[in-house]
Design a protein around this ligand. Structure first.
Ligand code: NAD
Length: 372
């Protein structure tokens, strides 16, 4: 049953079940692929209804991280962890330190970070037991909140999309509709207004809407209506599956490029976008800025270098568009192809030669220095 599930989810390298009765820890760490480097991915804490549900989620999420890191051009593999429990009621220092000891036992093959249900404070507890953790406070040598970098990467994706689809080098007077004004969306609005784009925003949280509209003098819309509004770029920065059977037929934008994960409900919507001539910037390439920022943390953090690194999202998205055009395939497929091919090429290289990114992972050097 378990091995069947692993096979169906893409054949992971290693899966670790972590259990500590004393502190109530039940966690799973999934390492999908380490061909490009150590497997990096956050720890999600969620009240999963069953162990099977937790396993399915961690296998799916870790595989996604492999492709995200690869498409971003990083020397990182894909991994993820889940802790079974309610983040509001079940957390303790002991639980996260116990989890840290399991992460440490992997010797750097897996590096963790925050995700849904985990905080910087939790990662500080993990850091007490292992250096193989990112997203820790700036005071401890970490990079802090990744959202401004994610948003900056989304801006790069929008710029590349506008260049490809509208032939424009500037975002001046380009109409962008931003759905969701959380950590990513609010930063994106800041960057877009700086570029003199015409921005419309929406959020179900009216306080956020008022604040952003006042600060940046942008127009707001109904959260549902914004999806099918008349704009050049629709930028989903709230929930996943926003391009679904109910919305795809009514879109009036010519580009979909945003920060949200899993923008397409299914691959069918990706095919439909192509048929409609709407250019889609694949989410895992467009929203990789946060991961790039964390990668810089592994090399020894600098804010300037992180922003510079994130600029690569422009070229990455452009490469995806070029593959899609050349092979006449939807962009979501082109992104998967690009990510898989890089892993295959570097993997084949390793069969014959040992380079500086061969195991033991070079990026870990810096992490280990934190141990001292
Ligand atoms: P967040 O929770 O800070 O913000 C989400 C916002 O969306 C909230 O303001 C919420 O009120 C709003 N929202 C929820 N439902 C909505 C609806 N139906 N219509 C309009 N607004 C709605 O989250 P975030 O960190 O800004 O992340 C946004 C998205 O980007 C998520 O899908 C996340 O997985 C993805 N993402 C985030 C990062 C990062 O660095 N934070 C990195 C990669 C991907």
């Amino acid at each position: 049953m378990v091995f069947e599930e692993i096979k169906n989810q893409g054949g992971h390298e290693e899966i670790i079940f972590c259990h500590n009765e004393d502190v109530g820890l039940k966690a799973i760490i999934a390492i999908h692929n380490t061909v490009l480097g150590p497997a990096l991915g956050g720890t999600r804490m969620w009240p999963y209804k069953s162990d099977e549900e937790a396993l399915t989620d961690v296998l799916r999420l870790s595989r996604g991280m492999t492709y995200k890191a690869s498409a971003a051009g990083l020397n990182l593999g894909g991994g993820k962890a889940v802790i079974i429990g309610d983040p509001k009621t079940d957390k303790s220092e002991g639980m996260y330190r116990a989890f840290g000891t399991f992460v440490n036992s992997l010797g750097g093959k897996y590096i963790t970070a925050e995700d849904v249900g985990t905080t910087v404070k939790d990662m500080e507890h993990v850091f007490s037991e292992t250096p193989f953790v990112t997203g820790i406070p700036e005071a401890l040598g970490g990079s802090g909140d990744p959202s401004p970098y994610t948003a900056y990467g989304v801006l790069m994706a929008i710029k590349a999309s506008v260049k490809k689809q509208l032939g424009k080098d500037s975002l001046k007077d380009v109409k962008v509709a931003v759905q969701g004004l959380g950590n990513v969306g609010s930063n994106l609005v800041k960057y877009l207004t700086k570029e003199e784009a015409i921005v419309t925003v929406a959020d179900i949280d009216t306080d956020k809407v008022s604040k952003i509209c006042k600060e940046f003098r942008v127009e707001n819309m109904d959260p549902q209506a914004i999806i099918t509004s008349d704009c050049d770029v629709f930028a989903p920065c709230a929930l996943g599956a926003i391009i679904n059977p109910d919305t795809v037929g009514n879109l009036k934008c010519s580009i979909v490029s945003g920060g949200a994960n899993n923008i397409l409900a299914t691959s069918k919507e990706g095919d439909q976008l192509k048929e409609k001539g709407i250019l889609y910037a694949p989410d895992f390439v467009a929203n990789a800025g946060g991961l790039m920022n964390v990668y810089v943390e592994l090399e020894g953090y600098s804010n300037d270098r992180a922003f510079k690194k994130v600029e690569a999202v422009y070229d990455n998205i452009m490469s995806v568009f070029n593959i899609a055009e050349k092979e006449n395939i939807p962009t979501y497929l082109a992104a998967q192809k690009m990510a898989k091919e890089r892993i295959e090429t570097i993997g084949n290289l390793r069969k014959h030669h040992q380079g500086r990114n061969s195991r033991p992972f070079s990026t870990l050097k810096q992490v280990l220095e934190r141990q001292g």
